[in-house]
Design a protein around this ligand. Structure first.
Ligand code: R5P
Length: 290
């Protein structure tokens, strides 16, 4: 059990829920900006000798949110915290988990290095790649929010839905959601042409007159989901619903998905957004109770 939860500005809602679920105190702190934009962080609660949990996602503005995370961890350390569990529900800079071309920065490794300096344990949710965990020299765990996504879609009471990942990488998520719903799982073939540009190769799927749920870890530009949804509709899918873990949403894709006929578009609250209706707080609460 932990003594105190420190909520970063990106995770105020999650932190409050986790504090309620685990009956843990929520720490008092101030985070504000100096006139020139630099961050000011002050932890007002007494954390000396305490087991502390920091919760902060690092989505856009990535630099600002990362600096806040580093300042929170470091300040807890300076104030004499006994142990620090760092929870980063959405891990920004996760794309570059290796040098794809010589000389490229391995951004996720750099971020991991800075987090682990002050952390005793690290948790994230549906990391872009599991191998990011290897960059940590402290115990690190990747929690899976797909069952939470599955539980949400249960409320629709669908008969044998088909759960589809837009690429092979999403098949485990599709299987997990399908398992909860008593449906079947499959994936589409996708070729990435450039940032936000995707070519979907048709694959024979039995979606005719079926309820279809499209699931992925991230909706960024949304090009992937839009193309997949349109293709499935054209193959005779009855209803197409869209779910993801991390709603990065760099465009007005939610409007576009509904305009294209999506029956629902939903995400978890690892990143706050207009579709973050599913909370990951129980997942985090269970993990930190261990
Ligand atoms: C790719 O590996 C990810 O799983 C997502 O499919 C991708 O990030 C989605 O990107 P976008 O929404 O820009 O198509």
């Amino acid at each position: 059990m932990s003594d105190i939860i420190i909520a970063g500005t990106t995770c105020q809602g999650i932190a409050r829920e986790v504090a309620d679920e685990t009956k843990t105190k929520l720490g008092q702190l101030t985070v504000k900006k100096f006139p020139d934009g630099e961050l000011y962080v002050r932890i007002e609660s007494d954390v000396r000798g305490k087991d502390c949990v920091v919760i902060q996602s690092t989505q856009n503005p990535h630099g600002r949110n990362l600096i806040e995370l580093f300042l929170l961890i470091d300040t807890l350390k300076e104030l004499g915290a006994k142990r620090i569990k760092t929870i980063v529900p959405f891990f920004g800079y996760g794309r570059q988990d290796k040098s794809f071309n010589p000389g490229e920065a391995v951004t996720s490794k750099t971020v991991a290095k800075h987090i682990e300096i002050g952390s005793d344990e690290f948790y994230s949710i549906n990391l872009h790649k599991d191998r990011i965990l290897d960059f940590f020299n402290v115990p690190a765990k990747n929690l899976d929010a797909s069952p939470v996504l599955g539980e949400y879609f249960k409320t629709y009471d669908m008969k044998s839905p088909v759960v589809i990942g837009p690429d092979r990488g999403a098949i485990d998520m599709a299987k997990s959601v399908a398992g909860i719903l008593g449906g079947t799982a499959d994936y589409l073939k996708k070729k990435r042409l450039g940032p936000g540009e995707v070519e979907m190769k048709p694959k024979t799927l039995s979606v005719k007159d079926k309820d279809v749920i499209l699931v992925d870890d991230i909706i960024d530009s949304g090009g992937t989901m839009l193309m997949a949804g349109e293709m499935l509709k054209s193959q005779g899918a009855l209803n197409v619903m869209v779910g993801c873990i991390h709603p990065v949403l760099t465009t007005n894709i939610v409007t576009k998905l509904f305009a294209a006929g999506a029956a629902d578009v939903v995400a978890t609250n690892t990143i706050p957004s207009q579709i973050s209706f599913i909370t990951v707080s129980s997942l985090i609460a269970d993990a930190i109770k261990e």
